[in-house]
Design a protein around this ligand. Structure first.
Ligand SMILES: Nc1ncnc2c1ncn2[C@@H]1O[C@H](COP(=O)(O)OP(=O)(O)OP(=O)(O)O)[C@@H](O)[C@H]1O
Ligand SMILES: [Mg+2]
Length: 490
């Protein structure tokens, strides 16, 4: 039998086969240690060992310690069968010394394929995600030392503390990304990664019946363990799938697979507003107003259907080359507010959170209005009004009045400043009460300017060679007019 690199191994269509194949997925991706390294110092403590393994690399220290307490070291002699195809899987293994052979029968050509794993490689891990029977034989090629992690211990740990489920998300994301790893989520064939957020990964995939690319968002495994989340996911997912609006990224479907949820949505062109500002520079106030109005239209439609977004932020709005705006990531992609606060390393979201969300009080459409105001501030100024550590930011969101965008960057208008102040009022009763009110506010202020128009003309008298001086003057006047919300035409 040939030993071949795992990348060339399996290319199956169906999810079941895909999960099976993940046992023998890429050698490169499953080894956290460089391919040449043949031995990990087994004298190291388990938590020291774990942090060198890819699937554990991004876990918090607390998680590493929790998992290292569950781990037992096991030794195998050459020729020992560590895992037998078809057996009930009850643990995953991390190889820390020696070499093992993973052998799987390929249903397509009836050939047995085999791959060698070296220290740092993990095997049997799909058991933790699916609980399905072993799909390959794993045999010790030499004397081997492994760390064994039992599924029942992992399940117990996670049911006590859902945050420890990040290991499962990490294992799955490795398998979804690796050559020869999982190729299928439900009926959708994976094509590659589109991007990563603080909590999730978004993949490109192929829709088999519509024959078009879609975006698939994998949600963290821990969500499934929060009370009522499952119900909310299915209820809101169904409503979202029916929602159609030019400013909303269509949700096409949802899937439950590999122990977690996936949201299948329209694949968008363009960039998130966050990326857009980084690459193109900060938008001017008129562009900001136009973006805010489009996002307000999107949330107004969602609110009409009883959906609150809960996570409005620049990275959840995409803009394409025609300046079309699409809002993504409605509430089902978000951890409940009280859990969100416990996550130390979460980026972005706390900067948009309304006081009632932080205080775990009832949230409603006006919670989205608050985030819309915060979004307007950040879009125009490039910063969030409140900085510091997570606790400082959350405290400020509850107690401190937001500064105006105009006090941070010149070029704002009194109207835009007023929008931000009113939208970010701490008491929801003092905010715009609906997204439609925001749209009307901008419409009304635009109309006032048109209805009461007064025009003053200025002439410049200048000599030959003074045109540059005049151009400079025009720039200065133009800037000052902007500051005072006066339209200047030259
Ligand atoms: N529908 C989509 N079409 C194309 N690309 C997308 C789509 N949705 C997300 N992306 C890409 O995937 C990246 C990650 O999205 P994701 O929603 O996970 O991150 P985020 O909004 O920054 O953070 P969070 O984890 O809080 O949602 C985005 O920055 C974007 O580049
Ligand atoms: Mg997002």
């Amino acid at each position: 039998m040939d030993y071949i690199m795992a990348e060339n191994l399996l290319d199956q269509d169906q999810q079941k086969q895909s999960a099976k194949d993940a046992h023998v997925s890429s050698l490169k991706s499953s080894t956290g240690i460089s391919f040449e390294q043949s031995y990990i110092d087994p004298e190291k403590t388990s938590s020291d060992l774990l942090k060198h393994i890819n699937a554990f690399r991004d876990l918090s220290r607390e998680s590493l310690l929790a998992y290292s307490r569950l781990i037992v070291r096991v030794h195998f002699a050459p020729g020992d069968t560590i895992i037998r195809e078809g057996d009930e899987g009850d643990s995953m293994f991390i190889l820390i010394g020696g070499v093992v052979r993973v052998q799987a029968s390929n249903q397509e050509d009836d050939q047995e394929k085999s791959v060698k794993l070296k220290p740092g490689g993990i095997f049997g891990e799909m058991t933790l995600l699916t609980g399905s029977p072993r799909s390959a034989n794993v045999i010790a090629d030499t004397e081997c030392v492994c760390l064994k992690l039992k599924k029942v211990d992992v399940d117990n740990l996670i049911s006590d503390e859902p945050k420890f489920a990040s290991l499962l998300t990490s294992i799955l994301s490795e398998r979804l990304n690796s050559h020869g790893g999982i190729k299928q989520v439900g009926k959708y064939r994976l094509m590659g990664e589109l991007g990563r957020g603080a909590m999730s990964v978004v993949y490109e995939a192929w829709h088999p019946t519509l024959s078009c690319p879609v975006a698939i968002k994998m949600l963290p495994h821990e969500y499934l363990h929060y009370p009522d989340y499952k119900e909310k996911f299915h209820k809101e997912g169904t409503i979202l799938a029916k929602l159609r609006h030019p400013n909303i990224a269509n949700v096409i479907d949802t899937e439950e697979a590999y122990g977690t949820y996936f949201i299948i949505m329209e694949k968008l062109k363009g960039k998130t507003l966050e990326e857009y500002s980084r690459k193109n520079g900060l938008p001017d106030v008129d562009q900001c107003v136009s973006i805010i109005i489009n996002v307000a239209k999107a949330i107004s439609e969602a609110h009409r259907h009883g959906i609150i977004h809960r996570d409005l932020k620049l990275s959840n709005v995409m803009i394409d080359e025609n300046n079309e705006i699409k809002l993504t990531d409605f509430g089902i992609a978000l951890l409940p507010g009280d859990q969100l606060k416990k996550i130390e390393n979460i980026e972005g979201t706390p900067n948009y959170m309304a006081p009632e969300q932080i205080l775990n009080q009832t949230i409603d459409a006006r919670t989205d209005i608050y985030a819309l105001g915060m979004m307007g501030y950040k879009l125009f100024t490039g910063k969030s009004p409140f900085t510091g550590n997570l606790k400082d930011i959350l405290d400020s969101q509850v107690h401190q009045k937001s500064p105006t965008p105009g006090s941070t960057r010149s070029g704002s208008t009194p109207v835009f400043d007023q929008f931000v102040l009113k939208a970010t009022e701490k008491d929801p009763n003092n905010r715009f009460q609906t997204a439609q009110e925001v749209i009307d506010f901008f419409d009304r202020t635009a109309e006032v300017k048109v209805e009461n128009i007064n025009v003053s003309t200025i002439s410049f008298v200048y000599g030959d060679g003074e045109i540059l001086k005049v151009a400079k003057l025009v720039d200065m006047i133009s800037e000052t007019c902007k500051k005072h919300d006066i339209k200047a035409i030259f």
